[in-house]
Design a protein around this ligand. Structure first.
Ligand SMILES: *[C@@H]1O[C@H](CO)[C@@H](O)[C@H](O)[C@H]1NC(C)=O
Ligand SMILES: *[C@@H]1O[C@H](CO)[C@@H](O)[C@H](O)[C@H]1NC(C)=O
Ligand SMILES: *[C@@H]1O[C@H](CO)[C@@H](O)[C@H](O)[C@H]1NC(C)=O
Ligand SMILES: *[C@@H]1O[C@H](CO)[C@@H](O)[C@H](O)[C@H]1NC(C)=O
Ligand SMILES: *[C@@H]1O[C@H](CO)[C@@H](O)[C@H](O)[C@H]1NC(C)=O
Ligand SMILES: *[C@@H]1O[C@H](CO)[C@@H](O)[C@H](O)[C@H]1NC(C)=O
Ligand SMILES: *[C@@H]1O[C@H](CO)[C@@H](O)[C@H](O)[C@H]1NC(C)=O
Length: 332
């Protein structure tokens, strides 16, 4: 008698403590959970997602995050995983995603799913260091809240969609280390809103740099290692806030003496391996914060101007020009 009432009491305490907590504990939205299982299946049930266990709250799973207010999945961050296959189109069925990352996954192949363009809440999209191929969907320009777009270190091809310039909140756009062809879109000189740091290096871009880019205040611009030609003297100017500019390893050809003013903010300027002629403008000595310069492998002539920082760099900043002279190179 005594024993059984005690055990009933124990049982009811147990039920009171455990049952409600079990049902309350599941914060995960069932729609999101279903989509995540589809993603796991599409990726071939990889070991990396072993914690994606139906018995556990999906808000506690590895590589995902839930918004603390809505309990909807707002981040999917897959990094350095042994995963093979394509990026599942099902990721686009997680409508509350603000962060979507697939990075450093060699065996991710296929194309960028167009459906990602539905994820209008996305702020960060990083699909990088994978073996993605094919073009960048122009419809990514729907993602108006994007502040960071990184598609670098892939095998992407085709031309760069001009529509990306409609992304007015971007802090940086990284399209470097791919196989893009064609010209830099003229629209990349018409960013309204924030002007992103622009990384287009290590592609196969051709043509000249659109004049419109000269109107932009890029803090960082990297066009290095492409097949670009022509004059870029309009990319400089005292009025700009550029800190880092890399135009190296292209086929730019212009008279450097034409550049009258440099951005006072300039910290690093790389022009190596082009066909730049004329002499180094004296105004470059007025750039107090210049920490790095490389004009090597061009067709420059004349004396390296004195009076500023230009003598603080070693010969490797100036080597292989037509007839450049003066410290740190041998006297004229
Ligand atoms: C990638 O795929 C290859 C061939 O299927 C496999 O040998 C390799 O282990 C996979 N994973 C990684 C991380 O390389
Ligand atoms: C990647 O996973 C595959 C299949 O699960 C396995 O055979 C391979 O050894 C793994 N590779 C690495 C580098 O861990
Ligand atoms: C792409 O795949 C090749 C061959 O599997 C591999 O050597 C290379 O590192 C991969 N690229 C990236 C960026 O992971
Ligand atoms: C975009 O961001 C703004 C400001 O953070 C926010 O108010 C708005 O709801 C966001 N739009 C979408 C579609 O999430
Ligand atoms: C400097 O830039 C501002 C803002 O774009 C512009 O209004 C002004 O005319 C420019 N000044 C010179 C000297 O270029
Ligand atoms: C660039 O930005 C600086 C500082 O933010 C501003 O003073 C300058 O007018 C801008 N120049 C142009 C060309 O927009
Ligand atoms: C300048 O570029 C050349 C060619 O790539 C390189 O050899 C040299 O080391 C660079 N100089 C500096 C100071 O980085």
């Amino acid at each position: 008698m005594k024993t059984s009432s005690l055990s009933i009491l124990t049982l009811s305490i147990f039920l009171f403590l455990s049952l409600p907590s079990l049902s309350l504990a599941e914060r995960c939205n069932p729609k999101d959970k279903k989509v995540l299982f589809q993603i796991k299946k599409d990726l071939g049930n990889p070991y990396h997602l072993a914690s994606w266990d139906p018995k556990r709250d999906c808000c506690d799973w590895y590589v995902v995050e839930c918004d603390p207010n809505t309990n909807r999945i707002n981040a999917l961050t897959v990094f350095q995983a042994n995963i093979s296959g394509q990026i599942p189109a099902a990721v686009a069925d997680l409508p509350y995603l603000e962060t979507l990352v697939f990075r450093h996954i060699t065996n991710i192949t296929g194309t960028i799913p167009e459906a990602i363009s539905k994820l209008v809440r996305l702020k960060t999209l990083r699909l990088s260091w994978t073996n993605l191929t094919g073009p960048v969907p122009a419809s990514l320009s729907n993602l108006k809240n994007l502040t960071f777009l990184e598609l670098n270190f892939n095998q992407l091809t085709g031309s760069i969609p001009p529509q990306l310039a409609q992304l007015t909140n971007l802090g940086a756009i990284r399209l470097d280390r791919n196989r893009f062809t064609g010209e830099i879109p003229e629209e990349f000189g018409k960013w309204t809103g924030s002007v992103p740091d622009l990384y287009l290096s290590h592609n196969q871009l051709t043509g000249s740099v659109p004049k419109s880019l000269g109107n932009m205040n890029f803090s960082t611009i990297d066009l290095s290692r492409n097949k670009l030609v022509g004059d870029i003297s309009f990319m400089f100017g005292k009025n700009k806030s550029t800190q880092s500019a890399d135009y190296s390893r292209n086929m730019f050809e212009f008279d450097f003496s034409k550049v009258k003013e440099f951005p006072a903010s300039l910290v690093s300027l790389d022009l190596n391996h082009n066909k730049i002629m004329g002499s180094i403008p004296a105004s470059l000595t007025k750039v107090d914060d210049l920490r790095a310069i490389n004009v090597s492998y061009n067709r420059l002539c004349g004396k390296i101007p004195t009076g500023g920082n230009l003598q603080s760099f070693d010969v490797y900043s100036y080597l292989h020009n037509k007839c450049l002279c003066g410290a740190p190179l041998p006297a004229c």
